[in-house]
Ligand binder design. Structure first.
Ligand code: FAD
Ligand code: DHB
Length: 391
């Protein structure tokens, strides 16, 4: 079997790319190792940047997002029992963000793809990508108990951090950059109305906490915990007590409690592999880069990569020129490194490193005070959080 573009992985990157290619009339096949239910239920990101919303709308996947997504015009920062709101539209010339969960983006894209898109195979586990430096790279996968091959003009690895595509690049052609953080997040979903209208990012001597939401009835909260934490050690009561202590602020704010319906621990990592292209194999999304979640950038970076990639493949189809494909890696990496810096900045400014000194803590407080005092400092945060133009 042959296709123009073989897409490995049916997460947000692979599904959005398939949709964009479909709209350009370019044929493709998506191979996803998991089953549909699993992919649709996997709890992950919650914040969409303006540019991500724009692309979902323009490719026909914005209908439910426009009905159910929650528009947010800022975030609240808390430290030293005080709080400061960062107003995005005022500081960025009108940019804002949406709360609309990754699970919902994925459901919308899968439904469209199955209704009118290119083939999307679930339970199709890719184990090798061969011939990156030939004209016809080949994908080897297992589906319904049988070994299969797919030959492609181009192979796109959208198979996440643990995917196989990255290893199709020769070792000596690859450079990786990595940082592992000395803390994790305990993330919960709770059946209770959010205690805030906008997200709260809290610095506290007890560690970081984040209040987010999924809907007017469902809250999503995160707590910094030590690496290796077992969620079973955190009873609902312990979680709520700790959240309450970390969000504590002067004035009459109250954290509402409710039944916790899911608990999971997520490790935090920064990772970039360069280049993002080798011959006819290209990487997009988490397959090429990971950010710690504090800046809400992971899903948005994946979307930005595939926007650049779809444009490059359409340009090739229309003009025969590989100029945009040749520039793909450099174009994406500029944005990737900006997001790496911002995500590292948010993470290290708001979390308590178990090894940090009082000096380090005073620097964090000074930085947060600066954001509260200076529109320039606040605008730097707002522009990065709401998302830079896709170049
Ligand atoms: P993925 O979503 O990882 O999709 C990759 C797909 O490829 C998967 O469906 C996988 O099953 C499939 N696959 C893998 N290997 C193969 C193979 N060999 N053959 C076929 N298919 C394969 N970001 C935030 O901004 N905020 C958050 O709160 C947040 N929380 C997160 C929590 C967790 C536990 C994780 C892992 C990530 C989180 N992220 C968060 C990051 C965000 O979810 C990712 O950046 C985003 O999912 C990237 O999309 P992707 O399509 O590149 O990769
Ligand atoms: C969510 C996750 C994040 O990492 C973040 O920075 C903001 C919100 C969320 O899951 O809602």
């Amino acid at each position: 079997h042959h296709t123009t573009v073989g897409i490995i992985g049916g997460g947000p990157a692979g599904l959005l790319l398939a949709r964009l290619l479909h709209n350009h009339g370019i044929d493709c096949v998506v191979l996803e190792s998991r089953e549909r239910d699993y992919v649709e239920q996997r709890q992950r990101a919650g914040i969409l940047e303006q540019g991500t919303v724009d692309v979902l709308r323009s490719c026909g996947a914005g209908e439910r997002l426009d009905r159910e997504g929650l528009v947010h015009d800022g975030i609240e920062l808390r430290w030293n029992r005080r709080s400061h709101r960062v107003d995005f539209p005022a500081l960025t010339g009108g940019r804002r963000v949406w709360v609309y969960a990754q699970t919902e983006v994925v459901k919308d894209l899968i439904a469209l793809q199955l209704a009118e898109g290119a083939p999307l195979l679930f339970g199709a586990h890719v184990h090798a990508v061969e011939g990156a430096d030939t004209d016809r790279p080949v994908v080897r996968y297992r589906h319904e108990g049988r070994e299969k091959t797919l030959s492609c003009d181009y192979v796109i690895g959208c198979d996440g951090f643990h995917g196989v595509t990255r290893s199709a690049f020769p070792e000596q052609a690859r450079r990786t950059y990595e940082r592992v953080y000395p803390f994790s997040w305990l993330g919960i979903l709770a059946d209770v109305a959010p205690s805030c209208e906008e997200l709260i990012y809290a610095h506290s001597p007890r560690g970081f906490a984040l209040h987010s939401m999924r809907s007017p009835e469902v809250s999503r909260l995160y707590l910094q915990v030590p690496n290796g934490t077992d969620p079973a050690d955190w009873s609902d009561e312990r979680i709520w007590d700790e959240l309450e202590a970390r969000f504590a602020v002067d004035g009459d704010w109250k954290l509402e409690r409710g039944p916790v319906t899911s608990k999971a621990v997520l490790p935090m990592r920064s990772f970039v592999t360069e280049p993002m292209r080798w011959g006819r194999v290209l990487l997009a999304g988490d397959a090429a880069h990971i950010v710690p979640p504090t800046g809400a950038k992971g899903l948005n970076l994946a979307a930005a990569d595939v926007i650049v990639l779809a444009r490059a493949l359409a340009h090739l189809e229309e003009t025969g020129s590989t100029a945009l494909l040749d520039a793909y890696s450099d174009t994406c990496l500029r944005r990737v490194w900006r997001a790496e810096h911002f995500s590292w900045f948010m993470t290290t400014t708001l979390h308590t490193d178990p090894a940090q000194s009082d000096f380090d803590t005073r620097l964090q407080i000074s930085q947060l005070d600066r954001i509260a005092a200076s529109p320039h400092a606040a605008a730097e945060l707002a522009e990065n959080y709401a998302g830079l133009e896709i170049g």
